[in-house]
Design a protein around this ligand. Structure first.
Ligand SMILES: [Zn+2]
Length: 229
């Protein structure tokens, strides 16, 4: 298998992390989130890490130049020799254009699911504030409704999981990422996948489609190279 570079996008709660992990392990490439890379730089107290820390401590977004520099350093490392699966990057057109200049994407996957599906998925999550057990109203309900099986404490919902918060973040994703999605569409690199089914069904389906897509792409490139030669 030759080098493979993938970007995964989608609204919060669509299951990006799960899909990204699966794709990364299938193609034996690292699954990278820029947040994780920034945290590593800070922990290692590198020059870039110290610059990053200033913004993180102020609670403001780390500027594009720094994120790009951290990413560039990582993409040129041995770890990314066979490619990458990027999650949470690019968020802006500037970042998307930058990535094309340093390590062009092969496929940009957009995971989609209707808002109602995502709301049900996320807002069904219930937590025990006492022992930390996690439940789901539909898929992992407690024996007695609203009460923790282990300790009998009334279950609660995290504020971020409230339907109104989920709806706002859903809308925000399309507002901020619309340009990036369009950017990949115009390059012919966008691959839209319906992630409204459960990930146990969705993950194998995505992997199968992705493999077919990539082998077709590889064949086309080979033909092109032979014609040039
Ligand atoms: Zn409990």
């Amino acid at each position: 298998m030759s080098r493979i570079r993938i970007v995964i996008m989608g609204p919060p709660g669509v299951g990006k992390g799960t899909y990204a992990q699966a794709v990364a392990s299938r193609f034996r490439v690292p699954h990278i989130s820029t947040g994780e890379l920034l945290r590593r730089e800070i922990a290692a107290s590198t020059e870039l890490g110290l610059k990053t820390k200033v913004f993180v401590e102020k609670g403001v977004l780390v500027p594009d130049e720094i994120v790009n520099e951290v990413l560039c350093k990582y993409l040129s490392s041995e770890e990314c020799k066979l490619g990458y699966v990027l999650d949470g990057y690019p968020r802006t057109l500037t970042q998307a254009a930058f990535l094309e200049t340093v390590a062009p994407v092969d496929v940009a996957i957009l995971l989609e699911a209707p808002l109602e599906v995502i709301v049900e998925r996320i807002s069904g999550r219930l937590y025990c504030p006492s022992c930390g057990r996690v439940y789901h109203a539909r898929w992992r309900p407690p024996t007695v409704e609203g009460v923790c099986d282990a300790c009998g404490t009334p279950l609660t919902r995290r504020r971020d999981d409230e339907p109104s918060v989920v709806a706002t973040r859903f809308k925000q994703f399309y507002e901020t990422s619309g340009g990036v999605v369009e950017f990949y569409r115009r390059l012919g690199k966008l691959f839209v996948f319906d992630a409204s089914v459960d990930s146990s069904v969705g993950v194998p389906l995505l992997l199968e489609k992705l493999e077919r897509l990539l082998s077709a792409k590889l064949r086309a490139e080979k033909v092109q190279q032979e014609q040039v030669a």
